[in-house]
Design a protein around this ligand. Sequence first.
Ligand SMILES: *Cc1c(COP(=O)(O)O)cnc(C)c1O
Length: 337
Amino acid sequence: MIDFRSDTVTVPSMEMREFMLDAPVGDDVFSEDPTVNELEKYAAEMFGKEAALYCSSGTQTNQIAINVHTQPGGEVICHWESHIYKYEGGGLAKNSGVSVRLLDGDRGRISIEDIRKWQNPDDVHYPITQLVSLEDTANRGGGAVYDYKEIAKIAAWCQENNLPLHLDGARLMNALVVTGQDPKLYAKSFDTISLCLSKGLGAPIGSVLIGSKDFVKHARRVRKVFGGGMRQAGMIAAGGLFALKNNVERLKMDHDHALLLEDTFNQLNWVESVMPVMTNIVVVHLKEKGKRDQIIQKYLDNGIKCMAFGEGMLRFVTHLNIQESDIQQTIEVSKKI
Ligand SMILES: *Cc1c(COP(=O)(O)O)cnc(C)c1O
């Protein structure tokens, strides 16, 4: 099977597994796991921040960040299709008791003009705006990358208004590989960053939450309360460390593969349009919306898995378990559908 449903389906390579087997471990709730400590230090330094926290998932890192940055009754500004709102089971409300101001915006990205417009005034009628959260790359936006100039404007405005700025950077490394930007410079704009190790980077489990020392100290407490304090977590954190050290540059290959798919889809008569590919996600709009499940089944019959992505839409995600030959095979199959 060639599996394009998500870059979360990647399995650890033999090299990564060997590195994991050899990793020294200890009790991480006592901060005594050398591998977790090394991963946290490595991730923090990579982004020029003071500290980081290893967590079980990207949902957990986002939910912890929201919990630390807000108070019950407050409000978070984010895109209406953002993962923190759409795909985290209502965690914003359930875990932190906050409401949301959902903004529209091009391909999952929000603008400084809209954020400015929708920060609530200091008036007892309104919930207090307490956090702005961006997503880069934006999943529902088909892997869209923010223009850094826009991020810089948003960051400057947040600073002026004493509002923390969080990044759901599940696929941040994909964005940085495309723009070629230095992670440390990029990270300056954000108070906190959540980064998934278990997507295109290829680790089996985990995300890191990166920020200041004080923030991470508080986040560590919240992680424990959320049941996320893990013991000999170095066993799995080693996969994340290996991923950050070895699997960043190769994301470019995934982007090249996605461009090849985009090219092909654009020539097919059953395709209405393709969201212009920016990273490793290809979103296809079908001419006949009702044929979506039939097309997914045809791919499946030919050994290819892709995912429904809303009405009349398919998503193909490229990743490190997809080879050039898989792309060629997918192109051949696509032409016959
Ligand atoms: C995958 C993803 C996450 C985290 O998902 P988990 O499955 O909880 O690790 C967060 N944000 C975005 C944009 C994602 O794509």
